[in-house]
Ligand binder design. Structure first.
Ligand code: ADP
Ligand code: ZN
Length: 747
């Protein structure tokens, strides 16, 4: 008996001990990455998970945690078991679904390594604002009332009731609006009699129509491209070099059709969706509700909904600008980067300074999916890679249906511009008149908004500058304002010169507003539509303008970059470039390349239907090779000549570049630190060329001074290691800021 009791006691004791043991082992700890206002802290902190939250804990979810005296949001990166109880507990789980899936978690780490960004910024950049770890920013889900038929035996007592019940023969859930259209009293009766039951369902903000447009029959050349891509076995990215109007979009859609038929998904990147609205329209006409569009014109709520539709597998084609490359699609079958040369794919202004093309290639590898880079004017880097076999080259060298490329003529401003009081030369005006007489339309392109580039005093020759930046202010005539295009500073145009007090201010240089005024003077009957950042800032304005121009409510479309890309107006037969020199004169090793591609893109807007198109380019540099090759429609000619120059000067694609921007308020201290950085680089790196430090072409912006150092290299060896050491060194120095940009798109 005693023995038995003892045994029992012992058993109890063992049991108790075991429970304690189990409890100790069962503690769930999570490693959490939080967004702290001080960007430089990039550490994973451990938290304890209270048992009520344990079931919802997964890698990649967003949670709320105490952090010092703050409450912060963070992502769960690690889940581990431990017996340490000294940790703080997490407060709550923010979303029911995973925000960062396994692929994105892995991708973030690689972005951190390759761009030297923080891990948290690599994750944040992937997400729409509503899903970033940022306490306090909250976008609500939208709900909508639907009804379900619960009493199927019920017999209608009135005609409206009958009609309402008939709706339920086709679908299980009927929306409130649909029933209210028939009768609100029938609805309330059916509800009180418990025939219908209300259900709250999430309602996405974006609506798509069902696609109805069907495929076009491809030309044999297009078919060849499609077949090569869908039967790819090499897993090397494709470069599709196709002239403007060669039907690249149709090729993309056929490839996607095939990918979908295999149960896979697709990403299509376009430079900036507001610049290519037609592409989105074409895709939604063809694929309807299967697409999700992600771009800057969406509200935060819309982006939030689109992202979740994608993550839930309810959309399988994502079309969008740069950050759409992070769309949480599963089972990707193709990634298309249209206009791959566009610098909008590089995030250069803030960390992580990534290139969407690189991310596309990374994800292509991850999913074993082909990557297709398309352009009429590929970047020099991409074409060089294609020539070396790093990419597979595919060519569409003709326009669909054998339409000819437009004739390009040059207007030498040295001869025609000198004694002309207008920026529109007689040669250009004559062609515009002829075109309008034929009842055809004109696009005029000028890469500068506002009225004039600057305002000067005729008496003391002082020009009015921004108080915060080393740059002249731009005059906007419509509201009599002077604006800084760098920092946004704005002020009313003064009556007298602020320097000498004389009433002698005059405006020089030219912007779109001024050309608009010239057109009104010179061609008073022409209907002119001006399109630039200033006229398209309101939501939907851009699309309306394009439709109005297409409907022939205007004769002339005058604009900046906005009119250069992707537009397909069959009635446009003349394109005029007011000044080809603005982009040529930018001090950047890519200025010729950018000029060539910009002018070719603009030229490509002319003569896209049966009518032959013409392009007139006004320039003070008629002999420049970039302009020469645009005239010949000879991309490869341009490519060869530019490659010779790049080789001679040691620029990409022969060398890689890394750009260091060193900035701060104290210009003297800054220069000293910049020199120190340079010496440190020289001591630690071999086989590199280091240029600088030099002040940036606009030295001061918003009262911050900037120096640049350029590193040219062929192999990166220990470059990233040294740079991250330098970066660490300055992390705690609030007077000097060092930003690192690999493969910068410009300086
Ligand atoms: P790109 O993007 O190469 O400049 P687009 O894709 O805009 O060219 O095509 C130019 C025009 O040709 C568009 O109006 C398009 O609808 C049309 N098109 C493309 N492929 C075909 C085809 N196979 N048959 C008939 N028309 C086509
Ligand atoms: Zn400024």
């Amino acid at each position: 008996m005693l023995f038995f009791e003892e045994l029992l006691f012992n058993l109890e004791f063992i049991l108790l001990f075991a429970i304690i043991l189990v409890e100790k082992v069962m503690l769930v700890i999570v490693g959490v990455l939080v967004q702290i206002s001080n960007q430089n802290v990039d550490k994973i902190f451990d938290y304890l998970v209270p048992s009520r939250l344990e079931p919802s804990i997964k890698r990649g979810i967003r949670i709320l945690v105490p952090f010092g005296r703050q409450t912060l949001e963070g992502f769960v990166l690690e889940i581990k078991e431990s017996s340490e109880v000294e940790l703080k507990e997490i407060y709550s789980v923010v979303d029911s679904d995973i925000v960062l899936n396994e692929e994105l978690l892995q991708l973030g780490k690689d972005i951190q390594k390759s761009t030297l960004s923080t891990l948290i910024s690599a994750y944040q950049v992937m997400l729409p604002k509503a899903l970033k770890a940022k306490a306090g920013v909250r976008v609500n889900k939208k709900y909508h009332t639907f009804y379900r038929l619960v009493d199927k035996e019920y017999i209608a007592t009135s005609l409206p009731q009958k009609k309402v019940l008939a709706l339920f023969q086709e679908k299980e859930l009927v929306s409130r609006e649909e029933i209210l259209k028939i009768s609100s009293s029938a609805l309330s009766t059916l509800l009180t009699k418990n025939v219908l039951m209300a259900v709250q369902q999430e309602d996405y903000r974006m609506k798509y129509e069902v696609g109805n447009d069907c495929q076009r029959k491809l030309t044999s050349l297009q078919q060849y491209v499609v077949d090569t891509v869908i039967h790819d076995t090499k897993h090397i990215p494709f470069l599709l070099f196709g002239v403007t109007g060669s039907g690249k979009t149709e090729v993309y859609m056929h490839i996607i059709e095939h990918v979908l038929s295999q149960g896979k998904t697709a990403i299509v990147l376009v430079p900036e969706i507001s610049l290519t609205p037609q592409m989105v329209d074409e895709f939604s006409n063809r694929f309807g509700t299967q697409i999700a569009a992600l771009h800057s014109a969406l509200s935060e709520g819309e982006k939030y909904d689109e992202w979740r539709r994608i993550a839930r597998g309810e959309a399988n084609i994502v079309i969008g600008a740069r950050s759409a490359i992070f769309a949480p699609l599963k089972n990707i079958g193709i990634i298309i980067v249209d206009e791959e040369h566009s610098d909008s794919y590089k995030q250069g202004d803030k960390s992580p300074r990534y290139h969407a093309r690189d991310i596309a290639i990374w994800r292509g590898k991850y999913h074993q999916a082909p990557v297709l880079l398309g352009s009429a004017t590929p970047s020099l880097e991409s074409m060089a890679r294609a020539q070396k076999g790093v990419y597979q080259l595919l060519t569409l060298d003709r326009r669909v249906n054998g339409r000819k490329l437009p004739d390009v003529e040059i207007i030498d401003m040295n001869l025609e511009g000198k004694n002309n009081s207008y920026h529109l030369t007689d040669s250009l005006l004559n062609e515009v008149r002829k075109c309008l007489e034929r009842r055809e339309q004109v696009i005029l392109f000028l890469n500068r908004r506002g009225f004039s580039t600057f305002v000067t005093c005729k008496s003391c020759s002082n020009s009015i500058k921004c108080p915060n930046c080393d740059i002249t202010l731009t005059y906007h005539k419509s509201n009599q304002m002077l604006r800084c295009h760098y920092c946004g500073y704005a002020t009313l145009l003064p009556k007298v010169c602020p320097n000498c007090g004389e009433e002698a201010l005059t405006d020089l240089g030219v912007g779109t507003e001024k050309i608009e005024e010239e057109l009104h003077t010179l061609l008073p009957k022409a209907r002119v539509l001006r399109m630039d950042v200033d006229t398209t800032s309101r939501k939907g304005a851009h699309k309306k303008m394009i439709e109005a121009f297409r409907n022939y409510e205007y004769d002339i479309l005058l604009g900046t970059q906005i009119v250069a890309k992707g537009l397909d107006f069959p009635n446009v037969t003349l394109v005029g470039v007011i000044n080809a020199d603005t982009s040529l004169n930018i001090p950047d090793f890519r200025s010729s390349e950018n000029t060539y591609s910009l002018l070719s893109q603009v030229a490509g807007r002319s003569g896209r239907s049966e009518k032959q198109g013409k392009v007139l380019i006004q320039t003070f540099n008629p002999d420049h090779y970039a302009i020469f090759y645009v005239r010949q429609h000879d991309y490869l000619g341009f490519y060869k000549q530019e490659m010779v120059i790049r080789k001679k000067l040691g620029y990409p694609p022969f060398y890689y570049l890394c750009y260091l921007k060193i900035s701060g308020k104290d210009s003297k201290l800054l220069f000293q630190e910049a020199l120190k950085i340079k010496r440190c680089l020289e001591r630690n790196l071999v086989n590199v060329t280091i240029l600088g430090p030099t002040s940036l072409s606009v030295f001061r912006v918003n009262n911050i001074y900037r120096y640049g150092i350029i590193i040219k290299y062929k192999k990166d060896n220990n470059l990233r290691l040294i740079l991250s050491k330098i970066q660490n060194h300055y992390k705690t120095n609030y007077k000097v800021r060092v930003d690192i940009d690999f493969n910068p798109s410009h300086f």
